[in-house]
Design a binder for this molecule. Structure first.
Ligand code: AHM
Ligand code: MG
Length: 339
């Protein structure tokens, strides 16, 4: 098979969009560059002690910022601003969106939302982490100042989304709404090659991923579904599902995408809206899973249809294989009918 690089793939895909100006291609290429820089730094983490651990600062959500959170945030924002193809970026690590002020950036038609380093508390123990991104067309006019409403769009308006997983190898997985493709990084030559063309997730799976330490706080339909995952039934030829939870969203999502499974972050006692953020964690992964044939819902709605009201808004998040989400959704709906 011909070795296709991500650069070649992006250029070829652009031809499928007549009249394309190449701006989206440049955004993807900036993300590719930043991910190489971040990947390189993460791979050194055990050796270079000065990049491990806390930065001593907290983000707007009161979470401890790791030094690598700050490094990854700067790397993505710098790479994205340098090419003049977006007018602003919103990030998990910044209280508000960042506006790029140059004339060329003001004239750009896209905004990007990122979680620059998801699961960063796992870095100190050498466990996979990831970056997540989402691209929208701005609502405000080109040439004007970018506004919060450009960032608070429902996921169904995404132009592209994807993630980078820094695992046993580094991979970039993304969609522009025409299927999902995965690229694996060859560090010896610094290039991503197409390794997983047209990714599809199985309709059924036997993996459930959830922080079971919170089980006592889950609402009944979710707790019942987890009991179902754990149960076996000879007559229905069902054996118990396997529990797999890394605690790194991108890594849990990536495994389930390939093998089939369900990931759940429901509301809990301490987090009534769950923990995960709608705009730069849930919506981009929802776009990807739908493009791969799966589903993503909150307690009573498709994730892609939720209109965000705040940048760092949290939502209960359930994502994965179609039939598994259908089953959970039946539980949720029958509970709400009985109230
Ligand atoms: P982060 O964005 O601050 O890194 O937090 C998000 C992470 C996800 O990667 C992961 O799925 C989740 O938090 C784990 O939460 P918990 O430790 O409550 O299970
Ligand atoms: Mg995160």
């Amino acid at each position: 098979m011909k070795n296709v690089t991500v650069g070649e793939f992006i250029a070829e895909s652009q031809n499928n969009f007549p009249g394309s100006t190449g701006e989206l291609s440049k955004i993807l290429s900036s993300i590719k560059l930043a991910s190489k820089i971040v990947s390189h730094q993460i791979n050194k983490a055990g050796l270079a002690k000065e990049i491990l651990g806390s930065s001593g600062r907290e983000n707007v959500q009161g979470e401890d910022q790791q030094k690598l959170d700050v490094f990854a945030n700067d790397s993505f924002i710098n790479a994205l601003s340098a090419r003049g193809v977006i007018c602003g970026v919103a990030s998990e690590e910044n209280d508000s969106f960042v506006e790029f002020n140059s004339t060329v950036n003001n004239d750009a038609k896209y905004v990007v939302l990122i979680d620059p380093l998801d699961g960063s508390s796992n870095i100190d123990v050498n466990v996979s982490v990831g970056s997540i991104f989402s691209v929208y067309k701005r609502i405000t006019d080109k040439g004007s100042n970018v506004d919060i409403k450009d960032f608070l769009q429902p996921g169904n308006r995404q132009v592209a989304s994807g993630y980078i997983i820094y695992g046993s190898s580094t991979m970039l997985v993304y969609t522009t709404g025409k299927g999902v493709n995965g690229f694996t990084f060859d560090p010896s030559i610094g290039v991503f090659f197409l390794s997983h063309p047209d990714m599809k997730t199985p309709n059924d799976g036997t993996i459930y991923s959830v922080n079971e330490g919170n089980l006592n706080y889950f609402k009944k339909p979710v707790a019942d579904y987890i009991k179902y995952c754990q149960s076996s039934n000879k007559d229905q030829m069902k054996t118990a599902y396997s529990s797999r939870y890394i605690g790194s969203l991108v890594a849990d999502f990536h495994r389930n995408l390939i093998k089939g499974g369900i990931y759940l972050y429901p509301s809990t006692g301490t987090n009534p809206n769950g923990k995960l953020r709608l705009t730069y964690e849930c919506a981009p992964l929802a776009f990807l899973i739908e493009q791969a044939g799966g589903r993503a819902i909150s307690e009573n709605q498709r994730i892609m249809d939720i209109v965000p009201t705040e940048l760092h808004q949290r939502v209960p998040f359930f994502v994965g294989s179609k039939n598994m989400i259908d089953h959970l959704e039946e539980n949720l709906e029958s509970e709400s009918r009985s109230i």
